[in-house]
Design a binder for this molecule. Structure first.
Ligand code: ATP
Ligand code: ZN
Length: 210
């Protein structure tokens, strides 16, 4: 049978938990050092270590058969993939936040306001569904400093503890989506026997944790 490929984040918030989950499934491999691909010695699988932003497209296009990535990244890239299993880690929420001292009291007050985010697709859909027209400013990072710099009236960013908001004089204002790490596959490989075997192992690791 053909060797499968699974894409996981090479470094960052999801890397350690992704590696731990696969190791707990009994898979033997070297963690990311400098090579992008690590073969699994006891299962026909290779681990691809990538930036999380690239994972949904790699999976959609079949370059990787499986991937572990945050739901927020999947939704933002608007790919066609199968959601196989929620993994219970990497939990966070995408929230709109506003400066502590401001005159934004309701969602409607965001009309005509500038909102900085790295998630323009998800935010755009959310605002559209609410009938709100804001000026979405897409930036690539450090979103939380943009109101202080006068670049935006509000932000839309990922929050887990809220500490970053607080230290930048911001407060959460509206929930846009909640997210966690998800196991995805391409539509074509979902029914593959090896994929099914791997899902079984992952599910039993998750059950043992409950
Ligand atoms: P990469 O270098 O792979 O592009 P990144 O900087 O985009 O990494 P990380 O900050 O490592 O991404 O976050 C990866 C994922 O972890 C997020 O997409 C999200 O699903 C999840 N996550 C959990 N808590 C948080 C949080 N407080 N802030 C940001 N992301 C979080
Ligand atoms: Zn990223």
């Amino acid at each position: 049978m053909k060797t499968l490929k699974i894409a996981i984040q090479k470094s960052g918030r999801l890397n350690e938990k992704s590696v731990e989950l696969l190791k707990n499934c009994g898979l033997n491999f070297e963690n990311y050092k400098s090579s992008l691909i690590s073969p699994v010695s006891n299962f026909p699988l290779e681990i691809l270590f990538l930036r999380d932003d690239d994972i949904p497209e790699y999976v959609q296009d079949g370059i990787a058969d499986l991937g572990i990535v945050g739901e927020n990244v999947i939704e933002e890239t608007e790919v066609e993939v199968s959601y196989l299993q929620r993994l219970g880690f990497g939990k966070c929420s995408l929230k709109i936040a506003v400066p502590n001292n401001n005159n934004i009291a309701t969602l409607a007050d965001l009309n005509g306001k500038a909102i900085a985010t790295t998630y323009p697709v998800i935010l755009g859909k959310f605002l559209k569904a609410q009938g709100i027209e804001s000026d979405i400013r897409t930036i690539s990072g450090s979103v939380e400093i943009s109101p202080g710099l006068g670049l935006s009236d509000a932000i839309c960013d990922l929050v887990s503890t809220g500490g970053t908001l607080k230290s930048n004089g911001l407060k959460a204002f509206a929930d846009v989506m909640s997210s966690e790490a998800i196991l995805i596959s391409s539509k074509a490989t979902e029914s593959n026997d090896l994929v099914q075997e791997l899902i079984q192992r992952i599910q039993s690791v998750l059950r043992a944790k409950e």
